[in-house]
Structures are given as structure tokens and as C-alpha cells.
Design a protein around this ligand. Structure first.
Ligand code: ZN
Length: 114
């Protein structure tokens, strides 16, 4: 009789372990999705969350948001390059590219030097 009881206990323990592992895997995939949304597509975040639980969750939480960085940075570069290579026409107020000496209105950039 005792053997059967211990057998049931062991079975129950294995069942609990499987349930815990499933919950752990589910949470790890959830956190991995968050990491992917932040722009970190590397699979290591899934394994870190799965094997180290809370350490992995904290790691994913503290990951920097790369996607917004990658969207913002080219915009900043484009803005700085376009504004850096343009001059303001005092006659009509239009921004003219640096390589164009004469504005569309006819105002010449070199006349300001005189
Ligand atoms: Zn002009």
C-alpha cells in the first residue's frame, strides 16, 4: 500500500513539474515577444527567461527600446543634413540647397558678400 502511495506522490510531483515548466515556458515566450517588440530578436532572451525566470524578466524589462531609436535616428540625421546644407533666402524666405547659388526668385547668394 505504501509503495502505491509513494508512486502517486512521485506521479503528482512529475505532473506539478510539467505544469510549472509549461507556465515558465509560456511566460518566457511572453517576455520574448516583449523583447522582440523592443527590437531584440535574439533567441537568447527566450532561453534566459526560461532558465533564469525572474532574472530574465528583469533583463527584458530593462532592455532599451531599439525600434524607436532606429526610427528616430535616421530622422535626426536627415534633418541635420538637410538643414546643414541649406541657406535661407532673405528675399523670399525659402530654404535653398547649399550647392545652388541662385534662389528661384532670382536672388543670388553672392550678392550678400558685397
Ligand atoms: Zn528667394
Amino acid at each position: 500500500m505504501e509503495i502505491i502511495l509513494t508512486f502517486i506522490y512521485v506521479l503528482f510531483a512529475i505532473f506539478l513539474l510539467i505544469v510549472v515548466l509549461f507556465i515558465d515556458y509560456y511566460l518566457a515566450t511572453c517576455f520574448y515577444e516583449v523583447a522582440c517588440e523592443k527590437g531584440h530578436i535574439h533567441k537568447k532572451y527566450l532561453y534566459i527567461c526560461f532558465f533564469f525566470c525572474f532574472a530574465g524578466y528583469l533583463l527584458v524589462c530593462s532592455l532599451p527600446d531599439r525600434k524607436t531609436d532606429s526610427i528616430q535616428k535616421p530622422k535626426k540625421i536627415q534633418f541635420s543634413t538637410t538643414s546643414g546644407h541649406k541657406w535661407h533666402c532673405p528675399n523670399c524666405g525659402v530654404l535653398v540647397p547649399e550647392d545652388m547659388i541662385r534662389c528661384k526668385c532670382g536672388y543670388s547668394k553672392n550678392t550678400t558678400d558685397k
